[in-house]
Design a protein around this ligand. Structure first.
Ligand code: SF4
Ligand code: FE
Length: 482
């Protein structure tokens, strides 16, 4: 059976024996580590949903490669409905976890590599597409989680890869061998890398003639010799090590971002999907980024739902839910959140087939989706902060509830509307805090700004795809201007 249960997924990840540097030391029992376990649980939710009564039909789909039933997180999209279902699925996962559940990057990478490898073969006579189909069929059969690795460190942003003082600042091929290549470099901001079985590595930007060594795309297991993972920390993350779930805000789930370093790692040829074809790198970057910009129309709205729910609940607990200005703010949050969702659905509904046969979203609308994502979650966070009140930033520690001297004062002076327990009120405040300034803000805010490309990248694409000339011509026609 090609579908893993959540427990089977967790067992299989643990069996990889992955190692990582966490907070300055090599961590043992990585997935029991209090900083990492919540992110593993969030990723596991993507497996659990394929077995849950309410969502199994959404999360299960027949594979176009193997004919078997697979998890939609490994699916090669076959229709506009598949693209729409992806966004709905991501929103659901955001609802369930209230954070980044990490599994979308591999899905987005696979769909981009699927079409680009096909087109590369047609233009260059290479044999990447068949290789990729075989590779991805195995991923589907095993129901693996795959990281999609794109972002290079980039060094001096004003210089091309070959002009950097250190050429490794863009991941590159350092040696071509008879049956593979040796690569060196790093990938930053790797979402869910330590919770993944495999990774697909792609170039970070469009490469030019003369930059062949940086135009490389391949797959490797995450536990490959020569690869090192360095854990990226998040705001207030050490609260996860304090044994107080209340102060963490999101008690069960969290995101994960990793710096992954490749020290002269051999990649066998059956795992290479681009090697020096610089003219294909642009397409690969654009398509992966566009799929991930669509993804945010799902996952960020799912987390947005959680923030809206928490904001409405704290307003109720504070006894102000009926105040007109509060209702107005909640409506504004819903409006912004649904606008993001509408963009995710729109770019899916307007997508179409690639030459390879899988479905690609409509690029302009995917970029509009992501540009909105760089703004709206910040506005939602501002409104949530406004409604929640100043106590959001000054709340005593959960440990105060266990202290017999402090607790009576908390019970007395943090009480709010009739029947609301102080502990429950603190839980909701901490969840909001988690999302607006705590560890959840990494996924909900900073990643909304920079994930799948910073705002300027979307503006450039919108400028390119907005088809300004045809708009000018429409006006000329309307006014009879030659
Ligand atoms: Fe998925 Fe969203 Fe996390 Fe990206 S940020 S991996 S789209 S949940
Ligand atoms: Fe992301």
């Amino acid at each position: 059976m090609a579908l893993k249960k959540a427990e089977e997924y967790i067992t299989s990840i643990k069996s990889l024996g992955l190692e990582a540097y966490v907070m300055g030391e090599k961590a043992s029992s990585l997935h029991e580590h209090p900083l990492i376990k919540p992110s593993l649980q969030a990723a596991a939710a993507t497996f659990a949903c394929a077995f849950s009564h309410d969502t199994r039909d959404l999360f299960r789909v027949q594979s176009s490669l193997t004919g078997e039933e697979v998890n939609r997180f490994t699916h090669i999209h076959q229709s506009n409905q598949d693209l729409i279902n992806k966004v709905i699925m991501q929103r659901h996962c955001g609802n369930v976890t209230g954070c980044c559940f990490q599994r979308c990057v591999g899905l987005d990478a696979a769909n981009a590599v699927f079409s680009v490898s096909y087109e590369c073969d047609r233009e260059h006579g290479t044999h990447y597409h068949e290789r990729f189909r075989e590779y991805w069929s195995r991923i589907q059969r095993e129901d693996f989680m795959v990281d999609g690795a794109m972002t290079d460190p980039k060094g001096d942003r004003g210089k091309r890869p070959k002009d950097q003082r250190d050429p490794d600042l863009f991941l590159r091929v350092v040696e071509q061998k008879p049956h593979g290549v040796v690569v060196r470099g790093a990938k930053l901001h790797q979402t869910g890398m330590l919770n993944s079985h495999e990774m697909i590595v792609m170039p970070t930007m469009s490469m030019r003639p003369g930059e062949e060594q940086w135009a490389i795309c391949f797959a490797l297991p995450t536990n490959m010799t020569g690869i090192r993972h360095i854990y990226g920390r998040q705001a207030s993350d050490t609260r996860k090590m304090e044994n107080s779930l209340l102060d963490v805000g999101n008690p069960a789930f969290g995101g994960q971002e990793i710096m992954t370093v490749f020290e002269d790692v051999f990649v066998p040829e059956e795992r290479i999907f681009l090697n020096g074809e610089v003219d294909q790198s642009d397409k690969l970057v654009e398509r992966f980024a566009a799929y991930h910009r669509q993804s945010y129309g799902g996952c960020k709205t799912g987390v947005g739902d959680v923030l809206i729910g928490a904001t409405a609940l704290i307003a109720r607990m504070n006894g102000i839910e009926k105040a007109s200005h509060i209702r107005e703010k909640i409506v504004e949050m819903i409006h912004l959140n649904e606008t993001l969702f509408a963009c995710g659905i729109a770019c899916s509904a307007m997508g179409g087939p690639t030459l390879a046969g899988n479905y690609q979203i409509e690029m302009l609308l995917a970029n509009v989706c992501k540009l909105n994502v760089t703004r709206f979650p910040y506005e939602l966070a501002r409104l949530a902060t406004d409604v929640a009140g100043g106590i959001l930033g000054t709340l005593p520690a959960a440990a105060a509830l266990d202290d017999p001297e402090e607790r009576p004062f908390l019970e007395k002076y943090l009480s709010s509307a009739e029947g609301v327990s102080v502990t429950d009120r603190m839980k909701v405040l901490r969840l909001i805090e988690n999302l607006v300034v705590g560890p959840g803000a990494v996924g909900y805010l900073i990643e909304s700004m920079h994930g799948a490309g910073s705002p300027m990248a979307q503006r450039i694409m919108i400028g390119r795809q907005g088809d300004l000339e045809s708009k000018i011509n429409q006006v000329k026609q309307l006014l009879d201007i030659s």
